[in-house]
Design a protein around this ligand. Structure first.
Ligand code: FEO
Ligand code: CA
Ligand code: CA
Length: 618
């Protein structure tokens, strides 16, 4: 693989290169399974607008029509390089890639050359993703992930997207990770507080610690850390999570792509399952032995975790929680079991991988001790049965035949051993704020339907380019229960182009259609905000779907309405609200054109959105 040809690929396209889609699909199976499926509420999920509509609909009110039940007028698709919002709403960039967090970096960003390396850990990073808001002693803080960098945007043109020196590697390392930034209410969508003592950058080089069963294990020992207790850096920080005790969870996703080999190394089953190979994406291994598999074969085991950060204490050391398992973590949705134990739902975003649940042994009570709650517990994987029941299967040494450390480091292999259901790329999981129900965005899966990845009831469409959202209700309304019922909240699709399962479920209409649901966050009023990261060509199978977007779903009626459209090229990812809920903060990642400045390079940004009339927005 030529690194100069892969550097500008999306992470999904990179996965596809490593593991190509099969040539055969099995369409008959999906129809058969869809027909036989009973609905969550006693009816059946209706798929398509033609012959594939079965039984009574789960969403009788929705039936391919908008009823106008939302607090805004749904908008049309976007196709240009701007933000689209309903009438009566305003937006502005809150913080852009390269914006200074400390005054020494003010004006260091150049529209022509980007961020200078000397200031690269003093500015907001690139490619914003998950974020959460915190109130600390009267200060309003945002913790925001910077998932990855576009080398072609950050490096000098002569480098052709591949670092040519250790200094260029440092530039890329510093522009990823996590930012904690104080913001203040300016009466106009908030402003960054430059030089706030709470401002903080956490990068690929920040010292960390690890807890749980893997801490100290030989699987995470390196030359620089023979005790295996002090991993360095958090990387590919995708979605986020909020603990019940007010700290931030950052989720390490495509960590595999940062490693490569300059010499011989052993290609293990673990490397293969996690997509780790000789060719890294950023040439880190050329300039930093830590990322060289031929010198540090255990370094990759120190990444791919959920990492906890305390935004209230800029001196605090981030903690990698090994009890939550190592995989390509999307986000972490924390809720509480009926008996007070802590439950964390997590997706592993790769085609055919699994959904996970962690349950603590200890219980949490407000203001009580939190020690051990994320280091002492049990990890489970989900099985979705075709009869619309499901269960969480415990990963233990007994069920997997692996020792604890091995089982958590190679959670994917452990999940396969117990019979987890292979999913269509689990992205964000969102737990309903007012009842025991949770949702996972299954974004798409080009490989579904091949011999190694047959369709199943929760992932019923081969070559699934549109994605679906699965939801489940735990038995007895208790997130600690091992059994659940499930259904599909929506199957995305294109009813303009298709009249079969690819048209989507009945709550998908020509007026709200989308592909590739990804970010999902509930507002306090129980509405599900859905962000997309898909094909924005507006052509072929995706004609009429426009740019990526953010929609609002009503979980009770199934209705979905388009609220925001992103600039072409961008995905929408990350959402939180100001304390008074009058301002929403929305992440716009990898925009195209020259958004938002209208000149120079495109700049990934968090935007602020508010209403002209000052009302709350969710
Ligand atoms: Fe970083 Fe799966 O999205
Ligand atoms: Ca995502
Ligand atoms: Ca995605």
């Amino acid at each position: 693989m030529d690194i100069k040809k892969t550097v500008n690929l999306s992470w999904d396209a990179f996965d596809e290169l490593r593991s190509p889609r099969p040539e055969t699909n099995d369409f008959d199976k999906v129809v058969e399974r869809a027909i036989s499926r009973r609905g969550f509420l006693g009816g059946a999920l209706a798929i398509g607008s033609g012959a594939a509509v079965f039984g009574s609909s789960l969403f009788p009110a929705a039936a391919r029509a908008q009823t106008g039940a939302f607090a805004f007028t749904p908008i049309d698709i976007g196709t240009g390089f701007d933000i689209g919002l309903p009438e009566g709403y305003q937006w502005k960039p809150l913080v852009r890639w390269g914006d200074a967090l400390w005054s020494e970096a003010l004006d260091s960003y150049s529209p022509e050359t980007g961020v200078p390396v000397a200031m690269s850990d003093k500015v907001f990073g690139e490619n914003t993703d998950g974020m959460e808001l915190f109130e600390v002693d009267g200060h309003v803080l945002l913790a925001i992930n910077s998932e990855y960098v576009n080398p072609g945007i950050n490096l000098p043109e002569a480098s052709e997207g591949v670092p040519a020196s250790a200094e260029e590697v440092t530039l890329l390392k510093n522009l990823q990770g996590v930012t904690v930034v104080e913001i203040a209410d300016s009466g106009n969508g908030f402003e960054v507080v430059v030089d706030s003592p709470y401002n903080r950058r956490i990068t690929h080089e920040t010292p960390m610690t690890m807890d749980g069963p893997v801490a100290g294990s030989e699987l995470v020992r390196t030359n620089a850390d023979p005790d295996g207790m002090s991993p360095v850096g958090t990387m590919n920080n995708c979605g986020s999570g909020l603990t019940l005790w007010g700290t931030y969870l950052t989720c390490e996703e495509n960590f595999n792509g940062y490693f490569g080999a300059t010499g011989d190394y052993t290609e293990t089953e673990g490397f293969a399952r996690y997509g780790i190979a000789a060719e890294g994406r950023y040439a880190y291994e050329t300039f930093d032995a830590r990322f060289d598999l031929s010198k540090e074969p255990f370094e990759p085991n120190r990444h791919g975790w959920v990492t906890e950060i305390d935004p209230a204490d800029p001196e605090s050391m981030p903690v990698k929680h090994s009890a939550l398992g190592r995989f390509k973590h999307e986000n972490a949705a924390m809720v509480q079991a009926a008996d007070g134990r802590v439950v964390v739902y997590m997706g592993d975003d790769e085609r055919g991988e699994f959904m996970y649940r962690y349950v603590s042994n200890g219980i949490y009570s407000e203001g009580g001790a939190t020690d051990g709650l994320l280091s002492d517990g049990t990890l489970y994987v989900a099985r979705f049965n075709d009869d619309m029941t499901g269960e969480w299967l415990a990963l233990t040494p007994e069920t997997t035949g692996m020792d604890m450390a091995e089982m958590l480091v190679f959670a994917r292999i452990a999940g396969s051993k117990v019979g987890a259901t292979s999913m269509d790329r689990p992205e964000w999981i969102a737990a309903h704020p007012n009842k025991a129900e949770a949702y996972c965005a299954l974004t798409n899966n080009s490989r579904r339907g091949g011999e190694d990845m047959p369709v199943n009831a929760a992932n019923p469409r081969p070559a699934n380019d549109f994605g679906q959202i699965v939801r489940w209700r735990p038995e007895g309304g208790d997130h600690g229960a091992d059994a659940f019922d499930w259904d599909l909240y929506v199957m995305a699709g294109n009813p303009e182009v298709f009249d079969d399962a690819m048209a989507g479920s009945e709550n998908v209409t020509p007026g709200n259609m989308f592909n590739s649901p990804d970010g999902m966050i509930f507002s306090t009023d129980g509405m599900l905000w859905i962000q997309t990261d898909g094909d924005d060509s507006n052509e072929g199978d995706f004609a009429g779907q426009g740019n990526n977007q953010m929609l609002v779903g009503n979980p009770e009626t199934g209705e979905i309405a388009r609220f925001l459209t992103a600039p072409n090229g961008a995905e929408v990812t990350g959402l939180t609200w100001s304390p008074d809920r009058k301002v929403a903060f929305v992440g716009i990642q990898h925009p195209g054109g020259q958004w938002p400045d209208g000149a120079g390079k495109p700049r990934s940004s968090v935007i602020a959105v508010w209403r002209d009339d000052g009302a709350t927005i969710g």
